[in-house]
Design a protein around this ligand. Structure first.
Ligand SMILES: Nc1ncnc2c1ncn2[C@@H]1O[C@H](COP(=O)(O)OP(=O)(O)OP(=O)(O)O)[C@@H](O)[C@H]1O
Ligand SMILES: [Mg+2]
Length: 344
């Protein structure tokens, strides 16, 4: 059964349709809807109707073959923690976690939907088990379900975008290297630490592509579309435009790198057995010229541009239209991770 992963980003909607065939994953279809200019935070009925109509139009235009969809949840509506518990069976754990989670989730428990999974134990505390708990705001989940249904879709699951990113770009349990993912989107960035096949730590940073564009706009006295163009064409390349674009956005990128380093220090301080060996950069702004090599010069980990397509086969039906998909692959990381959730 094919399934669609739908990432409702602030600058665009992205969706991919995946299907499991003979053990491999096939990308059947994909689509992007730029600048939806819609506000998902609104509680106004009229806005919700517009939003679901936009999703329905997008869906029909791309021509996905199934209404079944996995949606991504914005980091602000989710609380994810790893907690240590004494060893016990699943039934005992389920009831113990109800009370335990209360300490970690800053909302009343009746307002969140709690899910959990066991992780590999630490080397340090063998008698304790590690549990990943994910608490999502119920009102937001309900809103997503309503939106999807009004768009005539069948929501199979809704999960945090950070977990989806970890699934497609993070460590596997067979290769627990220690991976940090930096997703640089429009309104901000996400830092996700994946270790031993699971997401262990997440943080949202209010620095994204929009801040970069506005910095260029203000400091070089350009209009917004021009500034956006400069960002995409010159980016972090000091040899372009006399280094003027590089000079103005360098401090912004440096503060993002500082956050990456802070997250690394924080994570390894609390998980002394782990170290982060790899930094995978994804999201639209990861495509900025020379960004990856600039980051690589400033962090110790190996730095890579995300390639969420590497484990997928491309269906022959779409293989003629995939130039832009390959060019912009890091924009699709979350959507692909979401669809994979539906297949597992
Ligand atoms: N080729 C490119 N070079 C540089 N920046 C780019 C490029 N393509 C897209 N961007 C930037 O990436 C940002 C959008 O990234 P992305 O599509 O990951 O965001 P989003 O997921 O919609 O937003 P958010 O994560 O905030 O909800 C925009 O600021 C855009 O200018
Ligand atoms: Mg995003």
């Amino acid at each position: 059964m094919p399934i669609v992963g739908l990432n409702l980003g602030k600058s665009s909607f992205r969706a991919v349709e995946l299907e499991s065939k003979k053990g491999g994953l096939v990308l059947n279809n994909f689509g992007i809807f730029e600048s939806p200019a819609l506000n998902l935070e609104s509680t106004d009925e009229h806005d919700l109707d517009k939003f679901s109509a936009a999703i329905a139009d997008f869906y029909n235009e791309v021509g996905f073959s199934t209404p079944e969809v996995v949606l991504g949840l914005d980091e602000v509506h989710v609380f994810m923690r790893i907690i240590k518990m004494p060893n016990m069976n699943d039934k005992e754990l389920a009831s113990a976690l109800k009370y335990e989670a209360e300490q970690y989730v800053p909302l009343p428990m009746d307002q969140v939907n709690l899910s959990w999974r066991r992780l590999e134990p630490d080397f340090t505390e063998k008698d304790k088990i590690n549990i990943q708990i994910v608490a999502s705001r119920k009102d937001i989940l309900e809103k997503y379900v309503t939106l999807a249904r009004r768009a005539k879709l069948v929501p199979k699951a809704i999960e945090p975008e950070t977990i989806a990113l970890g699934r497609i770009l993070g460590d596997t349990s067979g290769a627990p290297l220690g991976t940090m993912i930096l997703d640089i989107g429009f309104s901000g960035s996400l830092i996700v630490v994946s270790y031993g096949g699971a997401v262990r730590f997440t943080r949202a940073i209010p620095i994204g592509g929009d801040v970069l564009t506005r910095t260029i706009q203000q400091q070089l006295s350009l209009d917004l579309p021009q500034a956006e163009e400069y960002k995409k064409v010159y980016g972090m390349d000091p040899a372009q435009a006399d280094g003027r674009v590089y000079d103005v956005i360098k401090p912004v990128i440096d503060s993002l790198i500082l956050e990456v380093k802070r997250a690394d220090v924080f994570f390894t301080k609390h998980n002394s057995f782990a170290s982060i060996k790899r930094l995978v950069v994804t999201g639209g702004a990861a495509l900025m010229p020379n960004l990856i090599s600039y980051i690589a010069q400033n962090v110790e980990a190996e730095v890579q541009l995300a390639n969420p397509l590497s484990s997928l086969e491309i269906s022959s039906k779409i293989s003629k239209h995939t130039d832009l998909l390959f060019e912009q692959a890091p924009k699709y990381s979350a959507a692909i991770g979401l669809a994979m959730r539906g297949i597992q």
